[in-house]
Design a protein around this ligand. Structure first.
Ligand code: NAG
Length: 241
């Protein structure tokens, strides 16, 4: 409440001198929830986070047994012009706001980089969640509900695309995802391991009614052509498969 009042006062005093700046302030604080165009659900493949030699907060054994499934990275609102809705001003997340869904969050949205899961949720809330004008519990529950619509492997296995020691052509993974999503275009993000590409993240896009829709771009950092090799790694350690 305090924040809103401050912004309104600041805006109305600026109105006298600087109408352009005032419009920007109001746009950022009030209209985002009505105007954003679609969501992107970002999901990460834990093996690819943990097998490149950067610190991984979960034990290798736990990754192997409990995390052979796509985990949530975030749920991000986008404008129709495909820029991310940002920045997202507002209040900090408190642990009591997510205490009722903590177990689900720990299951679907753990922090693979730091031991404290809550830090990850806070970062995502600050950077993306706050823009939607929802209560934190609603935002985090929405993300979990969207994730739960899919299998652990997002249905890729059913389309013949499983983690195996040899790489696929990137188009093979992309097409498997397209079919798994009921003929909607997803998006893939890769990272590098031993000089080759591997699948790091999958993005699924949803319209405002939360129906799957096409994502506007196909790849991030997965090379320059459809024949390039992309590993869907079985291995969660820096050692070869
Ligand atoms: C995209 O649209 C938003 C909302 O209308 C606008 O604020 C932003 O400047 C646009 N970005 C680009 C790159 O056109």
């Amino acid at each position: 409440m305090e924040v809103k009042i401050t912004i309104l006062l600041a805006a109305s005093s600026l109105l006298l001198t600087s109408p352009t700046f005032t419009a920007t302030v109001l746009g950022a604080s009030s209209n985002v929830a009505e105007e954003f165009s679609y969501y992107k659900l970002a999901l990460q493949w834990p093996n690819s986070v943990c097998n490149i030699g950067v610190p991984c907060s979960k034990k290798a054994e736990k990754i192997k047994t409990d995390y052979q499934r796509f985990l949530i990275h975030g749920l991000w609102p986008f404008w129709a012009n495909n820029s991310q809705v940002a920045p997202c001003p507002g209040k900090e997340l408190t642990s009591s706001q997510v205490k009722d869904i903590k177990k689900s969050l720990e299951h679907y949205w753990p922090n693979l980089h730091r031991p404290e899961d809550f830090i990850f949720w806070t970062l995502e809330w600050n950077k993306h969640g706050r823009c939607l004008g929802l209560e934190p519990s609603v935002y985090f529950n929405d993300a979990i509900d969207l994730r739960k619509r899919f299998r652990d492997d997002l249905g890729l296995g059913g389309q013949g695309c499983r983690p195996i020691p040899n790489p696929y052509k990137r188009i093979t993974i992309y097409d498997a995802l397209f079919k798994a999503l009921g003929k909607k275009h997803g998006q893939l993000k890769c990272n590098m391991r031993n000089g080759g590409y591997q699948l790091l993240e999958v993005y699924i896009c949803f319209d405002r009614q939360k129906k799957v829709r096409d994502c506007p771009f196909q790849y991030i950092q997965c090379g320059n052509d459809d024949q390039v090799s992309v590993l869907f790694p079985t291995s969660n350690t820096v050692r070869p498969n």
